[in-house]
Design a protein. Structure first.
Length: 45
């Protein structure tokens, strides 16, 4: 089983069916976390 957690605040977002235990990172629905993600994408380009 895998978990998806917010890389910014650590909030649990979702779980996924996997053969081994994994932790994936994304951004939760919190606006401050989403704005951080958008800033990073702009900086990468």
């Amino acid at each position: 089983m895998g978990l998806i957690v917010c890389q910014y605040c650590g909030a649990w977002i979702d779980e996924v069916e996997t053969e081994k235990v994994t932790v994936l990172y994304g951004a939760c629905r919190d606006e401050s976390c989403r704005s951080k993600t958008r800033r990073e994408e702009m900086n990468d380009g």
